[in-house]
Design a protein around this ligand. Structure first.
Ligand code: NIG
Ligand code: FE
Length: 419
């Protein structure tokens, strides 16, 4: 339909609205409050949500205009806001099955990276790939995201590690944002690894990222966030601080890969620099978690990565109980989490990190939106927001986390378009 035809979605058995959460992410017991409407309906017009309520309310309100609308019968169905993935390495070339097999035989992720594989291997493949090749491979992944009900995706650079190829990755993300139904939010991650030729002089690479790449990213408007892999053997907390502060000077909001493999005071640093989110946090300290709660930093947790690296997951339960707003993400990348399934991530959030099904859904909708500063646009079903919705073959929201490895999404609506 054109966006001029109103869309009237009617009779959802459970309409999960998450209303009232557009200004700040949900914390503590709020993460359980899904604000479900039974026999719920939504009136959509101009790509935006005009009204959300019971079918009785909306049928009365729109009595005069009913005939104009395209009606979607959602009876028997669960309906949620479009899912939001706040942390992916979407744009990359190639895959790393060989390393998967090596890890199964006992090699560790960091050993493989230190020996020139890992991120370096994908960097070689991404440098070799043309813009069009990258576009094609990444578009295929985006299609798969959409089929699972994901309507907004954050995408990082970080497999170029030299300006020409970092720029290429960010331009591919920008083109996908323009040409694909999914909305993409871009993050510059030039500090994803120290490239091989800077191994002996990492601070020179840090200077290059700070003084040459970041200003160009900002000047060309290629990204909104600036991320760094703060980890022993990659970038130190001091180098990470410099990179994140340089980004702030140029209007790029900080994000950080923190405390993934070893405790490294990454959570503390996130709070200190005012990061929008700190991601991974498998080994975050108690003080770091407290500091994040005080600063309002969103914890983006990636239980698929812990699962795939055969590591202990982050402690979502402790973080939620400490007042940290928690979001969930796939971390979609070829090394540590080659998946596009946010529903599977919700399942792992429950089974491996002590989250409730309601918390997991909050973490992949409104809190995920806040983790990429889109809480005012998406992540909940409220008047004025983008009409991103998912209709499922199940009627109870807990089925999404419970019946795992199954794609329950039946119809995806993106900005008022039925896909
Ligand atoms: O978030 N930890 C660093 N970066 C990615 C993995 C990238 C890769 O292995 O290619 C992550 O896990
Ligand atoms: Fe990542």
């Amino acid at each position: 339909p054109t966006t001029h035809t109103p869309l009237f979605l009617r009779h959802a058995s459970q309409l999960v609205t998450l209303k009232g959460s557009s200004n700040a992410p949900l914390t503590g017991a709020e993460m359980e409050q899904l604000h479900i409407i039974e026999d719920g309906s939504v009136w959509i017009e101009g790509g935006r949500i005009q009204h959300v309520g019971t079918d009785e309310e909306l049928a009365a309100l729109y009595k005069e205009r009913m005939a104009e609308a395209e009606v979607i019968d959602a009876s028997g169905s669960l309906v949620t806001p479009g899912l939001v993935d706040p942390h992916t390495h979407l744009v990359h070339a190639g895959s790393r099955e060989n390393e998967f097999e090596k890890r199964l035989q006992g090699a560790t992720y960091m050993e493989i990276m230190a020996a020139g594989g890992g991120i370096h291997s994908t960097t070689r493949a991404t440098r070799e790939a043309s813009h069009d090749q990258l576009l094609k491979e990444s578009r295929r992944r985006l299609d798969a995201f959409l089929l699972q009900g994901v309507t907004t995706v954050e995408a990082k650079s970080g497999y170029g590690l030299e300006w020409e190829h970092e720029k290429k990755q960010l331009e591919v993300a920008q083109e996908l944002h323009r040409t694909h139904m999914i909305d993409i939010v871009s993050t510059f991650m030039g500090a994803h690894a120290v490239p091989a030729d800077y191994k002996e002089r990492p601070d020179e690479f840090v200077d290059l990222v700070m003084n040459e790449m970041i200003p160009e990213v900002a000047r060309l408007g290629l990204a909104e966030f600036n991320d760094v892999f703060c980890e022993r053997g990659v970038f130190t907390p001091e180098q990470s601080r410099r990179i994140l502060e340089a980004g702030k000077k140029h209007g790029l909001a900080p994000k950080i890969h923190a405390d993934e493999i070893e405790p490294y005071a990454g959570a503390e640093l996130a709070a200190e620099v005012g990061a929008v989110s700190a991601d991974h946090l498998l080994r975050a300290s108690e003080e770091g978690i407290k500091a994040m709660a005080n600063a309002g930093t969103v914890a983006v947790l990636l239980p698929g990565t812990a699962f795939f690296l055969m590591a202990d997951s982050a402690d979502a339960r402790a973080m939620i109980d400490a007042g940290v707003p928690v979001a969930l993400s796939t971390d979609c990348n070829p090394g540590s989490s080659p998946t596009v399934s946010l529903p599977l991530i919700m399942n792992l959030g429950c089974l491996k990190m002590g989250m409730t099904p309601a918390e997991a859904l909050t973490a992949t909708t409104i809190n995920a939106a806040h983790a990429i500063r889109r809480g005012h646009e998406v992540g909940s079903l409220e008047k004025g927001k983008k009409a991103d919705l998912v209709l499922y073959d199940v009627s109870d929201y807990r089925s999404l986390q419970y019946a795992y490895g199954v794609n329950h999404a039946r119809t995806v609506i993106k900005a008022g378009h039925v896909i």
